[in-house]
Design a protein around this ligand. Sequence first.
Ligand SMILES: [Cu+2]
Length: 159
Amino acid sequence: MNKKTIRTGIFAGVLLLTLNAFALTQPLSVTGYARETPPGAPMSAAYLSLHNTGEQLLQLTAVELPGIDGGSVNLHTTGLEDGISRMRPLDKLVIAPGEQLQMTPGGVHLMIHGVRLHAGVSLPLRLLFSDGTSLQVQVPVMGLKAVEKDRHRHHRSAG
Ligand SMILES: [Cu+2]
C-alpha cells in the first residue's frame, strides 16, 4: 500500500463516521426520569418529555430496555372510563414538528415490567420509531420521596 492509498483510506473512514452520526441523530430532545419500583409492586413507570425539534412528524412505536433481560416497556395512557381512572395501552405516540410531549403521572407514561428499579441508578431506554430509526437515552431513577418533593415544587411554582 503506497502513501496515497493510505490517505484515501483514512478520508473514507472519516466520511463514514460522519454519515453514521447523521443517521443516528434524531431531531428529538429527551429528558425525564423513572420512578423506583415501590416495595411489593410488580411494575414501575417512567415519564419522558419528548421535544420534536425537527420538521418531520415522529411516531414512537416501541421502547426497549437495552441490556436488561426480562424487562419490558409499554406505552400507556391513563383516562377516565365510566368515572374510573384506567390505564390503556397505546400503539404509538405521535409527536408533531415543534411539539413537546410531556408524560405525566395520570397521563401518558411508560409502564416498566420485569425489572426492579432502584433510586440513584440510571436506566437505559431505546426509543424505536416508525421509520426504523431508534434513539437510546438514559434517564435517572428517582426515589419515591424525591418524586413527591419534585411534584410539590412544581405545584408551588405554578401557583
Ligand atoms: Cu401504565
